[in-house]
Design a protein around this ligand. Structure first.
Ligand code: SF4
Ligand code: SF4
Length: 156
């Protein structure tokens, strides 16, 4: 902790945190560059329960991880968290509910938590529906534009 003459240096603490974050960002950029994967979610947490994990007979999460953040080491699935982009592909392919737990924070501060494949599927379905609605809305005329385009339809 930053301390000057026995008192806590608040400014130092704030700038230290900023430096740590930018260091972390740079490290992630360098690690992710060879994978070609975009670092969409920089803030998050992920954990794997080695007691419920099916282990060596499964390894599905390792096969699907796009950044090779997951690997088999020390007799269990291990993770290099700096390589994790919190995409959820590992949870989607894990057969054991709550074995992998992930939390990610969006740029607007929204926190999303996943630990079951069905949660990822529901999320994808909802996101696709929202995209479809936006697409339809973008080609549909708004009521005021409709009257401008077809003035004869306006009631007198
Ligand atoms: S969420 Fe899972 S699959 Fe996605 S990058 Fe992280 S460890 Fe890999
Ligand atoms: S997919 Fe799930 S059960 Fe299979 S190795 Fe990975 S964490 Fe374990």
């Amino acid at each position: 902790m930053s301390q000057k003459n026995g008192s806590v240096d608040i400014f130092g603490l704030l700038t230290e945190d900023t430096n740590v974050n930018s260091e972390k960002k740079k490290r992630r950029e360098a690690l992710l560059a060879p994978t070609g994967v975009k670092d969409v979610f920089q803030d998050g947490k992920i954990s794997i329960n080695s007691y419920t994990c099916l282990g060596v007979q499964c390894k599905e999460c390792i096969k699907v991880c796009p950044t090779t953040a997951l690997y088999w080491g020390g007799g269990k699935v291990a993770i290099i968290e700096d390589l994790c982009v919190y995409c959820g592909a590992c949870i989607l392919n894990c057969q054991v509910d709550d074995c992998i737990k992930m939390e990610r924070t969006r740029k607007d501060g929204r926190v999303e938590k996943f630990s079951k494949s069905k949660e990822i599927l529901l999320f994808q379905k909802k996101a696709n529906t929202n995209k479809r609605v936006q697409r339809v809305q973008s080609v549909m005329l708004k009521p005021q534009d409709y009257y401008t385009k077809y003035p004869k339809t306006r009631q007198k």
